[in-house]
Design a protein around this ligand. Structure first.
Ligand SMILES: Cc1cc2nc3c(=O)[nH]c(=O)nc-3n(C[C@H](O)[C@H](O)[C@H](O)COP(=O)(O)OP(=O)(O)OC[C@H]3O[C@@H](n4cnc5c(N)ncnc54)[C@H](O)[C@@H]3O)c2cc1C
Length: 473
């Protein structure tokens, strides 16, 4: 059964449909701001970025207020796929080309610190309902195992904690003939992101942060030493303002907002699938099986499958992609049989042109933490800590991100191009996958013939079957 529950299609209402909402821990409602307030730091946006800044500022004993237009983690932070992975949305190759090898290594290390931050925070606070599970398997449907091994060597060179899994090992835990080797990241985890965000908010409050919900900021006057942040119910004055608004920043600061391309992705959770799920998905970490926006999955709630993908560069109704997502599951795991959808929802991430986070002080006392793309669970943690240290301790590590300045994302044309690139590469990837499977069949057939020629007995039946002439795929 599908829990719709969102009308009209705005980011606001459709959380009701999410598995996370159905399994969220109890958390307090935060008040609206209806008085004037003076603080050291005012954070706008209670997603993971804003909450981490607030927690880290408050831990350092500065006063901080968080203003949230809706509810804590209402947007991407409470709707994402929940994979906490090292790295960034940008590829290593592009990073090395742009900023050089040493700088790439340093940024990679920071990205790993983001993962460690999340793990440490969960452990230190004992936050409930987050359920961290280790491991991320990035499976190839295209390459042979040599290519995977070479990729691992390259990634280790920049300091990644990664290992190569050969095809047989992958197929032992994910019996799918479309799968070849994989990169395995043992240090990654997957979590319940909404409960993590609620836990962060609770801990930030314990350190003294003030959090206000249903309090949209309508104007900022960033001039002067005390900046003025206006809401309908009251005014905040602060020495530092942190913009942690992700794609919704366009409403407040259109020019800054225009540096992000809004990308919507969809997540579904099935009805319980029973014991068959254990046979079909034996790996309990997170899995991604393309380089694009499709097929990210994991087991949740004992025997349900969570699956995400099918990006759109506009706010499409999830109902339009449901069939496509279910088809993706069936194509990869036909043995699951009939798959019923229990929850289906949409979330929007903000992607800068260079696919790297926007972190830093853009005017004296005006900070931005944004643009985390589809890689925000580790990078919001890292950025939140860097910006808090930058504000309170004048630490300059955030400047490591200076080469990735604010770049206009191309407006409507940018969205059209992003969608076109995604749709364009889907058929290319499909062709590559078919070729990879065809090459595997040819290799198997050769081995079988060689075994027969060597007179080493007969080729096993299964090999004979695979040795049949490959269909002209
Ligand atoms: C479907 C989906 C799947 C994803 N999967 C993953 C994943 O598996 N792993 C991963 O690392 N990343 C993933 N991401 C990306 C990740 O979720 C985001 O990068 C991250 O959550 C961004 O956090 P944020 O705090 O910057 O923004 P948000 O969570 O969007 O928070 C911004 C907040 O600012 C508030 N706000 C905006 N304007 C105002 C205003 N004027 N006044 C007051 N408040 C305002 C908004 O209401 C919102 O709550 C995914 C994203 C999506 C959408």
């Amino acid at each position: 059964m599908v829990n719709w529950g969102w009308e009209p299609m705005s980011e606001g209402e459709d959380t009701a449909a999410s598995w996370y909402e159905a399994t969220r821990v109890t958390s307090p409602e935060h008040p609206r701001l209806n008085f004037d307030l003076d603080v050291d730091v005012c954070v706008i946006g209670a997603g993971l970025a804003g909450l981490t800044v607030a927690r880290e500022v408050a831990k350092r004993k500065w006063s901080v207020a968080v203003l949230e237009a809706h509810r804590v983690a209402w947007a991407a932070s409470g709707r994402n796929t929940g994979f906490v992975l090292p790295g960034f949305h940008e590829t290593i190759d592009n990073m090395v080309e742009r900023i050089g090898l040493d700088h790439t290594k340093q940024l990679w290390a920071l990205s790993e610190q983001g993962v460690e931050y999340v793990k440490r925070t969960i452990a230190e606070t004992g936050m409930p309902g987050v359920d961290p599970v280790p491991g991320w398997l990035h499976v190839s449907k295209l390459h042979d195992d040599d290519t995977t091994r070479r990729e691992v060597e390259r990634m280790r060179w920049i300091g990644a904690n990664v290992e190569a899994w050969p095809t047989e090992r992958v197929r032992e835990v994910l019996p799918n003939p479309r799968y070849f080797g994989a990169l395995h990241f043992p240090g990654a985890i997957h979590i319940h992101p909404l409960n993590y965000a609620l836990g962060l908010a609770a801990d930030a409050q314990t350190f003294g942060s003030h959090i206000f919900e249903h309090t949209p900021v309508i104007a900022i006057d960033p001039a002067g030493v005390r900046k003025r942040i206006e809401t309908r119910g009251g005014m905040v004055r602060a020495a530092h303002v942190v913009l942690a608004c992700n794609v919704q920043l366009s409403d407040l600061m259109p020019q800054l907002g225009a540096t992000l391309l809004p990308i919507s992705t969809f997540v579904l959770v099935t009805e319980p699938l029973g014991p068959i799920l254990d046979e079909v998905v034996r790996y309990r970490g997170a899995v991604s099986d393309t380089n694009r926006a499709d097929n990210h999955y994991r087991v949740v709630g004992v025997d349900r499958l969570q699956w995400s993908g099918r990006m759109r560069s506009w706010e499409a109704d999830p109902r339009w992609v449901q069939r496509g997502l279910v088809a993706d599951i069936k194509r990869n795991f036909p043995a699951l049989g009939k798959v019923e959808v229990a929850h289906l929802w949409r979330g929007t991430l903000g992607r800068p042109v260079h696919r790297m986070p926007q972190i830093g002080e853009i005017e004296r006392g005006l900070w931005v933490v944004s643009g985390f793309g589809g890689h925000g669970l580790n990078t919001t943690a890292m950025a939140g800590e860097l910006v808090a240290r930058g504000i309170v301790e004048s630490d300059q590590t955030w400047r490591m991100f200076a080469p990735y300045e604010l770049v206009w994302a191309g407006g409507t044309l940018g969205r059209v191009l992003a969608q076109g690139a995604y749709w364009g590469t889907r058929p290319l990837e499909a062709i590559g996958e078919v070729l990879a499977r065809y090459r595997e069949k040819v290799r198997t057939r050769r081995k079988a013939r060689a075994a027969v020629r060597a007179g080493s007995g007969h080729a096993p039946a299964v090999m004979e079957r695979q040795a049949a002439p490959a269909a002209p795929e």
